[in-house]
Design a protein around this ligand. Structure first.
Ligand code: UTP
Length: 297
């Protein structure tokens, strides 16, 4: 099969309950790290990996996402006439060319696997990427680009993976490892949210995938899994059962779970400190906070 990966699915139809009440009216993916919404980080990563077609699986209440990617002629004109060229450039980078972005709806939050299967007709017969925007990965070479390069060698289906603490395995899809060769892990199967103590390893699946159309076929057949949801992990595991290769890729970078409050706050601190114009003031503030806390103890 052709190994060019030019399409990416962004499943953004989840309810985002961990951020209520904010997510009552603001989609989680529009929440902001420093000055850019989560979705912008995901789009930039996809572009760096050579993605040309962007498919959003959305749901009711997510129209702010569509507006975000639209052109804003009034704002652009105002910035242009006031000579704010740098801001204008930043703003224009958020525009998506007509025809490169598609939105479709998942009418019921039946799980990540179900959300991905909603994009079936737009994928055709080629490999595709899946990016979960609430997993933000800071890396010198963007994570999906690392994976696309590895995928040129391996083919098969590939999931981003990282080690988690044994106490955390029950919150993730976990790899059953067959063998490892550098960053590439060959797998015997994947288990979604195994019970504590029953995880086959501590390598967890993180929100970046390169998948084949067969995985979409599997999604039609697997039925509901952990939590009563149609699980993408189960459809990938079915590839192994069908005798096809599945790989984990230990990416180089720092992942932040921006679907959780603690992860989102950690990402905010890390991304703010990484910005030259904010670093000194923010680092001084953090040092002061630390000193105050130490003094109180
Ligand atoms: P999460 O497990 O983080 O769920 O979904 P969630 O609904 O977004 O957030 P909480 O747990 O209620 O706070 C992981 C990814 O899968 C998408 C989500 O949008 C997110 O990108 N997803 C999940 C769907 O698109 N549809 C679903 O039915 C479930």
């Amino acid at each position: 099969m052709n190994r060019k990966v030019s399409k990416a699915i962004f499943p953004v139809a989840g309810l985002g309950t961990r951020f209520l009440p904010a997510t009552k009216s603001v989609p989680k993916e529009i929440m902001t790290l420093v000055d850019r919404p989560l979705i912008q980080y995901a789009i930039d990563e996809a572009r760096a990996a050579g993605i040309e077609d962007f498919i959003f699986v959305t749901s009711r209440g997510k129209s702010a996402l569509e507006d975000y990617f639209d052109v804003s002629p009034d704002l652009e004109a105002a910035l242009e006439s006031s000579g704010k060229t740098e801001l204008l450039e930043t703003l224009r980078n958020t525009n998506m060319e007509s025809g490169t972005i598609a939105y479709l709806r998942q009418h019921k939050a039946l799980g990540l696997g179900h959300a991905v299967s909603c994009a079936r007709k737009l994928i055709g017969d080629e490999p595709f990427a899946v990016i979960l925007p609430d997993d933000v990965i800071a890396a010198e070479k963007p994570c999906l680009q690392q994976m696309v390069e590895a995928y040129q060698e391996t083919g098969g289906a590939m999931v981003a993976t990282m080690e988690v603490l044994p106490t955390q395995t029950s919150s993730y899809g976990i790899l059953d490892i067959a063998s490892q060769d550098g960053p590439i892990v060959s797998v015997n199967g994947l288990v979604e949210k195994p019970a504590l103590g029953a995880a086959p390893s501590n390598l967890a699946v993180i929100g970046r995938y390169i998948l084949t159309p067969q995985v979409l076929d599997n999604l039609d057949n697997i039925g509901r899994g952990a939590g009563g949801e149609i699980q993408l992990t189960d459809a990938i595991s079915a590839e192994v059962a069908a005798g096809r290769n599945v790989f984990g890729y230990r990416f180089d970078g720092q992942r932040y779970d921006c679907g959780s409050k603690a992860g989102f706050l950690q990402a905010t601190v890390a991304f703010a400190l990484a910005r030259a114009e904010l670093h000194d003031e923010f680092a001084a503030f953090l040092a002061d906070m630390h000193a105050v806390k130490q003094a109180a103890q």
